[in-house]
Design a protein around this ligand. Sequence first.
Ligand SMILES: *[C@@H]1O[C@H](CO)[C@@H](O)[C@H](O)[C@H]1NC(C)=O
Ligand SMILES: *[C@@H]1O[C@H](CO)[C@@H](O)[C@H](O)[C@H]1NC(C)=O
Ligand SMILES: *[C@@H]1O[C@H](CO)[C@@H](O)[C@H](O)[C@H]1NC(C)=O
Ligand SMILES: *[C@@H]1O[C@H](CO)[C@@H](O)[C@H](O)[C@H]1NC(C)=O
Ligand SMILES: *[C@@H]1O[C@H](CO)[C@@H](O)[C@H](O)[C@H]1NC(C)=O
Ligand SMILES: *[C@@H]1O[C@H](CO)[C@@H](O)[C@H](O)[C@H]1NC(C)=O
Ligand SMILES: *[C@@H]1O[C@H](CO)[C@@H](O)[C@H](O)[C@H]1NC(C)=O
Ligand SMILES: *[C@@H]1O[C@H](CO)[C@@H](O)[C@H](O)[C@H]1NC(C)=O
Ligand SMILES: *[C@@H]1O[C@H](CO)[C@@H](O)[C@H](O)[C@H]1NC(C)=O
Ligand SMILES: *[C@@H]1O[C@H](CO)[C@@H](O)[C@H](O)[C@H]1NC(C)=O
Length: 575
Amino acid sequence: MWVRSLLLCGVSFSFLLSVAAGTCKDADMHHEIISEGRPFAFNCSYPPVTNGAVNLTWHRTPNQSPVSNNRQLRNHQDQTWILFLPLEEGDSGIYQCVIRDAHSCYRVAVNLTVVRKHWCDSSTEGPRNLSLSDEYQQTLPMGKSGSLACHLYFPDSCVLDLIKWYKGCEELKAGKQYAFSGTKLLVNNVAAEDGGSYACTARLTHLGREFTVRNYIAVSIKEVVSGRRIPNIMYPKNNSIEVQLGSTLIVDCNITDTKENTNLRCWRINETLVDDYYNDSKRIREGIETNVSLKDHIFYTVNITFLEVKMEDYGLPFMCHAGVSTAYIMLKQPAPDFRAHLIGGLVVSLLLLVSLLFVYNSFKIDIKLWYRSTFYAAQAPDDEKMYDAYVLYPKCPRESQHHSVDTMALKILPEVLEKQCGYKLFIFGRDEFPGQAVANVIDENIKLCRRLIVLVVPESSSFGFLTHMSEEQIAVYNALIQDGMKVILIELEKVKDYSSMPESIQYIRQKHGAIQWYGDFTETSQCAKTKFWKKVRYQMPPRRYPPAPAVQLLRHTPCDHTSGKWDAVTGLITP
Ligand SMILES: *[C@@H]1O[C@H](CO)[C@@H](O)[C@H](O)[C@H]1NC(C)=O
Ligand SMILES: *[C@@H]1O[C@H](CO)[C@@H](O)[C@H](O)[C@H]1NC(C)=O
Ligand SMILES: *[C@@H]1O[C@H](CO)[C@@H](O)[C@H](O)[C@H]1NC(C)=O
Ligand SMILES: *[C@@H]1O[C@H](CO)[C@@H](O)[C@H](O)[C@H]1NC(C)=O
Ligand SMILES: *[C@@H]1O[C@H](CO)[C@@H](O)[C@H](O)[C@H]1NC(C)=O
Ligand SMILES: *[C@@H]1O[C@H](CO)[C@@H](O)[C@H](O)[C@H]1NC(C)=O
Ligand SMILES: *[C@@H]1O[C@H](CO)[C@@H](O)[C@H](O)[C@H]1NC(C)=O
Ligand SMILES: *[C@@H]1O[C@H](CO)[C@@H](O)[C@H](O)[C@H]1NC(C)=O
Ligand SMILES: *[C@@H]1O[C@H](CO)[C@@H](O)[C@H](O)[C@H]1NC(C)=O
Ligand SMILES: *[C@@H]1O[C@H](CO)[C@@H](O)[C@H](O)[C@H]1NC(C)=O
């Protein structure tokens, strides 16, 4: 029984121990040597855990007595801080802060040693020695400017102000050598004499009570090593390089390093040496390192060679390493020359437009004729007109002229336009009923026509246009021009001088031009597919009737049939 209770007791004791100690991990141990009589604060922080919501408590070992939260007490916990206002000699010892959250528990310990220091009081033996027990050690760079920091870390409940600096026992004044900036002392043009014991003091106000914080700082002077300690990669500078696909590229890595450093310098891709990464193809190789010794450092160059740039190289960082320093280059495809493309595109569009216009101009007649033959086939225009064109031509007394104009009007025009193309013409001198008054004929019939074909002969080779065309005809023709009827002007010979022609003819000629007749008047074959007739047909309205049998427009029109069967119908035009 006794043994059993002892056993039980032992088991529960060890269990309790394991709960108390075993579940908490020791995270950190800090050592603080602080002089007595000044305020001291320590913030418990263990970054992996203290970021979230945690329970944090301060204890003093060895008996784990908790530190009170009562802010009026000299020693208390203020949120994550432990505060001593001020430190007393008996405060030396180990303090633990226990950080507990839902899953874990950590212990951060502070080994606090309180020391007695003598500061420039007349009561003490004299100036202090620079001792290792000074709380802070700082350095100033020889020959340059440097700064010292007054470490004033206290919780927000403490207000700090009136920061003063001392060297030995003498207060420092701002001036040529010293300047103050917040909690910092700036020292200009540091000399050997600037080393030694410094102190900074500050007024601390907590819940209306005032304290003086005094930090002792042991300052040593250091020779600065000229140049940078770590290798400096001068090139590349994490830049990109435009390079054409398939070209060869060599890039230098230029590095400066101190003489003492024995760093490895190399090119890597994806953390692998390029020589290993492209072991098989040897397409990308690292060059042999070269060096130039300068005054106080060495300049190294190691290049990388791309025998042939491939698509997969673009966008990858090729890293130059020199010890801890790295810098990369990235290959980029050259941007297409925007301006060249734009200009090229414009030129091409312009050429295309010009050639389209050219093609249209050259073939517009054929296009229109083809269009008509395809879509207008034998479709009568729905107007009241009976004829497609009224043919107006001068009467020529002279035999030669007479012959050519009449042949044209009475034979060739009907042969092509009526027989081959299926138009219906009204030709004065052929279609009027005998005995009809001229004025009536013109008046009645011209209104039934869709076009007016005017045959013109040069003034010089005749006796004048006006004299050879009846007055009535001219009058009607003038009226029609005013009505807006379309006029087709056919020059039977080249007319050099239009000035003696009626103004309306001059106007038509100027506005719409004339069609020049090139052939002769020998009554031989005429084909609707020649250039001249295409031009005429182009001006004519769409075909009204199907062409005469055996004559196929725009298909294989037989152009070899002669007009020999035509009777000469001459001399029908009477004045
Ligand atoms: C004190 O520590 C806590 C975490 O424990 C942290 O959040 C806070 O920023 C610290 N305060 C100062 C002034 O460093
Ligand atoms: C902290 O501890 C108190 C009591 O000790 C408890 O009520 C509270 O929930 C704890 N908070 C956290 C975040 O663990
Ligand atoms: C605490 O510091 C004192 C003096 O600095 C030292 O003697 C002692 O061993 C330290 N204690 C621990 C647990 O480190
Ligand atoms: C100061 O240094 C001298 C010798 O350099 C030594 O004798 C003396 O004990 C030191 N005083 C203090 C307070 O450390
Ligand atoms: C790298 O150094 C070499 C040798 O001094 C020089 O020729 C080259 O221009 C430098 N390259 C760059 C990118 O600075
Ligand atoms: C770089 O290495 C990682 C992991 O080793 C791999 O997933 C990735 O594909 C590699 N990249 C290239 C470009 O080879
Ligand atoms: C490179 O390739 C050769 C054979 O091609 C092989 O012997 C060697 O081990 C390879 N090295 C690496 C680092 O892969
Ligand atoms: C690249 O390095 C090699 C040595 O490996 C050298 O022969 C070559 O001239 C270097 N190329 C350039 C462009 O610096
Ligand atoms: C500089 O290059 C030479 C050979 O060119 C080599 O012997 C020497 O070790 C190199 N120096 C350094 C510091 O790399
Ligand atoms: C270049 O990139 C590397 C790694 O990404 C980085 O360590 C280095 O600071 C960068 N250097 C510059 C000049 O940005």
